[in-house]
Structures are given as C-alpha cells and as structure tokens.
Write a protein that binds this ligand. Structure first.
Ligand code: AMP
Length: 191
C-alpha cells in the first residue's frame, strides 16, 4: 500500500499549514503540526502545555525533549500507518535525527521534504496581516520567529540536502498554484 512520510518545511507564514490540511484531506495522510499539538496542550492546561507556553509566548523554540515526546505519542497512533505530513517539525538538527529514529522504529523512512520558499519580507507582511488571534502573532514576537527561522533553516536544510530529500516549491503564489505543485510531489512520494 502506498505510504509516505513527508516534512513540510518553510518560514512562518509560508502557508504550509493550509497546504498540509488540503493534502491530508485529499491523500488521507495524518497532519502532524507540532504547533497545533502544543497549542492543544496549552489550552487544556497540561503540565507539558504550561512548560511549553513559557517558550511559545516569547517566540522561542520549545525544548527538543518536549517536542519529541508529543511527536512520538502522535506517531504511535494507528492512523499514522498510512503516512503523515510533519508541519513545523523538525526545527533542530537533533529533532531531524530523532525523527529518523522514530520512523525506523516503525519500520519506515522519511520520503521527502517539501521546502516552501518565500522571501523574508513577504513572510513578515503575511504574519503582520494574520488575524488568528494567536498570542505569538505580535510584532516583537514575529521578528523573533522570523530571525529564528534563519537558524532553523541552517540546522535542518543541510541535513536533508545531504540525503537528497528536498523538493522546493515557490510559496509566493496563490494557494491553488502552490497546491498544484504540492499535489504532484506527494503523488511522486507515494509511488
Ligand atoms: P508554529 O505553529 O509551527 O508556528 O509553532 C508555534 C510555536 O510553537 C513556535 O514558535 C515554537 O515556540 C513552538 N514550536 C512548534 N513546533 C516546534 C518545534 N518543532 N520545535 C520547537 N518549538 C516548536
């Protein structure tokens, strides 16, 4: 049976969440957004959520051990057997290496990394215009998250480049145009 584990990688505001939800609905892949999982913990007030929120409100990365705990938990649920899209994860080299180990434990490997390419200025404009009411969509925090993404990029992209897993998509287009490319790439990954 066709199966694929795909990382959606890109700066905040690149639209990868929207693309991931569309791909989830079309291909039946599970959408694993560490940001969404963390926000769920925060709103439920779990100990993990309380701890994670100290970093999130400042736009800082949540420590790897907390992130890996929620990803492991999510990946172990049976609905992930057909594959998954990782959104906002991995964000460090250690997370990328740990993901390989988690997938290996399940007898799988990462299929592809789709990199959403967007100029910094466009990313900034989109976040400033975003009205989701998120606590971290404030101007000072936005700048921090944008700066951090540069570091995330430098830590994660070379790791996947070395494995030949990266496919780039121009994210400075309409949702429909981007999805046409994403769709074709997922079909390639599922083969
Ligand atoms: P996101 O919704 O992906 O923009 O994530 C929102 C916030 O959650 C980030 O600014 C981080 O504080 C935290 N976060 C989400 N995913 C990760 C991750 N993989 N590693 C570290 N922190 C994360």
């Amino acid at each position: 049976m066709a199966q694929a584990y795909i990382v959606f990688f890109g700066p905040p505001g690149c639209g990868k969440g929207t693309q991931a939800r569309q791909a989830r609905d079309e291909f039946g892949l599970v959408h694993i957004s560490t940001g969404d999982l963390l926000r769920e913990h925060v709103s439920k007030g779990t100990p993990l959520g309380v701890e994670a929120n100290r970093y999130m409100v400042r736009g800082e990365l949540v420590p790897d051990n907390l992130i890996l705990r929620i990803v492991r938990e999510r990946l172990q649920r049976p609905d992930c057997e057909r594959g998954a899209i990782f959104d906002g994860f991995p964000r460090t080299r250690a997370q990328a290496e740990a993901l390989d180990v988690l997938l290996a434990e399940l007898g799988n490997t990462l299929s592809m990394v789709i990199e959403f390419v967007l100029p910094l200025e466009v990313s900034r404009q989109r976040l400033m215009a975003r009205q989701e009411g998120r606590a971290d969509d404030r101007p000072e925090v936005i700048e921090k998250r944008l700066a951090d993404h540069q570091i995330v990029h430098q830590s994660v992209v070379p790791y996947y480049q070395a494995q030949g897993l990266i496919r780039q998509v121009d994210a400075n287009r309409t949702i429909e145009a981007i999805y046409a490319d994403v769709r074709a790439l997922i079909q390639e990954a599922l083969r």
